[in-house]
Design a protein around this ligand. Structure first.
Ligand SMILES: *[C@@H]1O[C@H](CO)[C@@H](O)[C@H](O)[C@H]1NC(C)=O
Ligand SMILES: *[C@@H]1O[C@H](CO)[C@@H](O)[C@H](O)[C@H]1NC(C)=O
Ligand SMILES: *[C@@H]1O[C@H](CO)[C@@H](O)[C@H](O)[C@H]1NC(C)=O
Ligand SMILES: *[C@@H]1O[C@H](CO)[C@@H](O)[C@H](O)[C@H]1NC(C)=O
Ligand SMILES: CC(=O)N[C@H]1CO[C@H](CO)[C@@H](O)[C@@H]1O
Length: 391
């Protein structure tokens, strides 16, 4: 699919809506750019696949906890990216593919639900990380052209400026779908995935970060690691085993968590090497240990105000409240049984929203921790005054 120039569309479309910096003028990141998969998609998938739009819009429980209606997000409310925007006193970001009516001054999300880090095996969704980076590059060059054009000067208020690109916060979370497709679509074994998939996925993430941004940009990167696959209701359901030795003490699948551990270790080490190569620049490369956050909550939900680490909120019932045939919000008759995947009454108590995606409550707790300096490497001062009043 080809995109018309988003900048032109923005300029020709809705113009300055008078968004102002209401965070006391202090803003440590002038803009946020989201990349990756479901975790940061605020509308790209639906814009790219309009036929699926209605389906998701109908699936009423999505968005219930915050937006009170489906909000093109695969959660019951805000995503981590939304919380970062709010902590910085910015409006929620728009998505690239629906950018026509957007104010892009504070950044944009390029993340596409269902997308992968790697460019191999793409039948499912072609908008992998490198494509998203190309969208960014196109936007940046279009903005540069527009900013140099006097006749457009008034309308460029709705665009990110050069400083936004150079000093922006680039948040990247992807890889989960590479593994999901390897297991669920391609029927690969754990050993095969260990050997053949992990290296590609990690290389694609780190290579993208390395090659895609001019080295003189003092940009800030946050690269998220992979949450423990073996604790996700989707994996727990699909790979349920009768052998107790397949589970760890908290009931997660040991083999699939091993994939996560290997992926994360490789990612962390590669980022360390990359960071060393940036030594002379002021850019920051932060590794976000989302796996540690999820593990902590799953292993001790109550410590963080949750009640349920391994069951989904929205689903069809025990044991994990997840059934791949009956996605959240739908109803199917299967072998004479009428199954309806309904939302639980209190999503706040759950980590998993629909068996695959996390709840708003988890997203909030996670970003609150990250912005407070936890679960990040290196331990660094982000140097921002975050405002958590919208949390
Ligand atoms: C400036 O923008 C106007 C309106 O889009 C366009 O017609 C013109 O060609 C542009 N000029 C330059 C130098 O790009
Ligand atoms: C994977 O397994 C399922 C169920 O056994 C089968 O229907 C499907 O064709 C297999 N896919 C591949 C790519 O082998
Ligand atoms: C299944 O349950 C739903 C919701 O409870 C109901 O609307 C629907 O009519 C039922 N369908 C059948 C075939 O029983
Ligand atoms: C934080 O944000 C709220 C509303 O978004 C605002 O009323 C409040 O003044 C802000 N606090 C600071 C310290 O900027
Ligand atoms: C940007 C990048 O490194 N892409 C690579 C992703 O992985 C595949 C498979 O190894 C490579 O072919 C791509 O070049």
């Amino acid at each position: 699919m080809r995109f018309p120039s988003l900048v032109l569309l923005v300029l020709c479309g809705i113009l300055a809506q008078g968004q102002r910096d209401d965070n006391g003028g202090h803003r440590c990141f002038p803009a946020i750019f989201g990349f990756g998969d479901d975790w940061g998609d605020v509308g790209n998938l639906q814009a790219l696949y309009p036929a699926d739009l209605e389906k998701l819009e109908d699936e009423a429980p999505y968005g219930m906890s915050y937006f009170k209606k489906p909000a093109r997000r695969l959660s019951d409310g805000r995503l981590m990216l939304d919380f970062v925007a709010q902590a910085l006193g910015m409006p929620l970001l728009s998505s690239y593919a629906v950018g026509v009516v957007s104010n892009l001054q504070h950044g944009i999300s390029f993340a596409v639900a269902g997308s992968t880090a790697s460019s191999i095996g793409l039948q499912q969704n072609p908008y992998h990380l490198m494509i998203q980076i190309q969208w960014l590059q196109k936007l940046e060059s279009d903005v540069r052209d527009a900013l140099g054009n006097q006749s457009l000067a008034k309308t460029t208020e709705t665009l990110p400026n050069e400083q936004s690109f150079q000093e922006g916060l680039y948040m990247i979370s992807t890889g989960q779908n590479d593994y999901r497709y390897a297991f669920f679509r391609d029927n690969r074994t754990v050993r095969e995935v260990e050997r053949t998939v992990i290296p590609y996925v990690v290389e694609n993430i780190t290579a993208t970060v390395l090659v895609s941004f001019p080295l003189d940009w003092p940009a800030n990167f946050m690269v998220f690691n992979l949450p423990p696959l073996g604790c996700s209701p989707e994996f727990l359901t699909s790979f349920a085993s009768t052998d107790p030795n397949d589970y760890d003490t908290m009931g997660c699948l040991i083999d699939y968590n091993r994939i996560t551990v290997l992926h994360n270790e490789r990612l962390r080490v590669t980022l360390d090497v990359l960071r060393a190569s940036f030594r002379d620049s002021v850019r920051r490369l932060i590794y976000v240990d989302m796996a540690a956050m999820v593990t902590g909550v799953v292993y001790d939900p109550e410590s963080r105000g949750f009640q349920n680490g391994l069951e989904a909120c929205c689903g069809t019932g025990k044991p994990y409240n997840y059934d791949p045939r009956v996605p959240c919000g739908t109803q199917r008759v299967i072998r004479g049984r009428n199954l309806t995947a309904r939302a639980c009454s209190n999503p706040k108590h759950y980590v998993s929203w629909d068996g695959i995606h996390t709840t708003e409550a988890f997203n909030k707790a996670a970003i609150h921790s990250v912005l407070s300096g936890h679960y990040i490497e290196p331990q660094t001062q982000l140097g921002c005054r975050f405002n958590f009043s919208e949390f």
